[in-house]
Design a binder for this molecule. Structure first.
Ligand code: PMP
Length: 383
């Protein structure tokens, strides 16, 4: 176990090394880059995710690099939601969705994940499910979008293919956009697999390639709408490479949708903000030749961060699916920490819900109110 952790720590260095190289990478590394994404980064994101989604992603059209996933979400809501639109949000949810919908003039409509009935107290996030009937009832002619977050913050639920298919069918039926927040996509545990909703229904296309269909069938299959055309998939370099302070994120989707996000991006931040505070981090990383200083007002260009993320993704592209892959090593490391945290929570009388993915763990705290009511010595003494 110790060796594994050591190994992971060693491997995390690849992203720090990429960062240091980028810092020293010449004058152009400290200037503006392409507003919609540093070319090296959009190219590797497109190459990496084309293979995963099974869809040719155009780096210049279908990818937008943003100030963290947060700004990708902001651009998406501002671009796609109009006054009076409804946006379905699955509870529990990452807290910015609701205010962002409101700021865009929309109305949030909630639908809860609930523990499956009759199976006793839930122990795993897998036991929390959507009621298909309840979800269906939330779609109205005013529904513009639904937000799906898998793996979910804070519950840790990782949606099953069947659950995503059910959501996808409703999106297609009601002509609704899916905003898929997948920032924790590489953090899944116990063999749970992350599935991309943007990929759903692509199998029809795949079938077309292998099965001989007559002309009419081919036409029908090709004209059936898939999820790629209506999904904005949001990712974060901060979560992907455990460097949350970098604030590099992205939105990937059809250029027909992305062009509207780009308009918001261009006319709000235009380009990722400079990252002066990173200097402190560089010191921690031990870079010897610092040529700029926080106090002088010379700031570190975000191009450096984007270049470093591009190098990180290129490395992952090269080792994907092997033990060398950080995307395999990181969940192995967090798996142990997750179990340790669950043990701690149990030891003080709480019931943790073991997350299938993500960074967070929720716990049933009803025992605490029992302690408080009875003035329990156990709780008050420890306090
Ligand atoms: N989505 C979810 C579900 C998150 O938990 C977070 C960060 N906590 C974000 C988006 C924002 O990510 P970033 O730091 O890349 O802006």
């Amino acid at each position: 176990h110790a060796r594994r952790i050591e190994g992971v720590d060693k491997n995390i260095c690849f992203i720090q090394e990429a960062f240091c190289k980028a810092v020293n990478g010449g004058v152009h590394m400290h200037q503006y880059t392409r507003a919609f994404g540093h070319p090296a980064l959009v190219k590797i994101l497109a190459k990496f995710y084309s293979g995963i989604v099974g869809q040719e992603i155009d780096p210049m059209e279908d990818v937008l690099v943003t100030v963290g996933a947060y700004q990708a979400l902001y651009c998406t809501f501002q671009a796609l939601i109009d006054e009076g639109d409804e946006v379905i949000i699955v509870e529990p949810f990452f807290d910015c969705y609701q205010p962002m919908v409101k700021m865009a003039g929309g109305t949030a409509v909630y639908v809860p994940l609930k523990p499956r009935e009759g199976s006793g107290p839930a122990k795993s996030s897998a036991e929390w499910v959507l009621s298909p009937e309840e979800l269906k009832s939330k779609f109205t002619p005013r529904t513009k979008a639904i937000v799906i977050n898998t793996p979910n913050n804070p519950l840790g639920k990782v949606y099953l293919r069947e659950e995503l298919q059910m959501i996808a069918d409703l999106c297609i039926k009601h002509d609704v956009v899916c905003i898929s927040d997948e920032v924790y996509e590489w953090l899944t545990y116990d063999g749970t697999k992350h599935v991309k909703i943007g990929k759903m229904i692509r199998w029809l296309y795949a079938c077309q390639q292998i099965v001989w269909l007559n002309v009419t069938q081919r036409f029908l299959a090709a004209s059936l709408p898939g999820m790629w055309e209506r999904t904005v998939t949001i990712g974060s370099a901060g979560k992907t490479f455990s460097a949350t302070g970098w604030k590099v994120g992205w939105a990937i989707g059809s250029h027909l949708i992305l062009k509207h996000l780009k308009t918001v991006h261009q006319n709000s931040v235009y380009h990722c903000a400079t990252a002066a505070q990173v200097e402190h981090k560089i010191c921690v990383m031990g870079v010897k030749h610092m040529s700029f200083h926080f106090l002088t007002g010379v700031t570190l260009s975000p191009v450096v961060l984007k270049e470093a993320v591009a190098v990180g993704f290129q490395r992952e592209y090269d080792v994907f699916g092997t033990e060398e892959s950080y995307f395999q090593q990181l969940p192995a490391l967090l798996h142990e920490k997750r179990l340790r945290l669950a043990d701690c929570l149990r030891s003080i009388g709480l019931n943790p819900i073991i997350p299938q993915g993500g960074y967070f763990m929720i716990a049933d705290i009803s025992n605490l109110s029992k302690f408080q009511k009875s003035g329990s010595t156990k709780y008050s003494k420890r306090k």
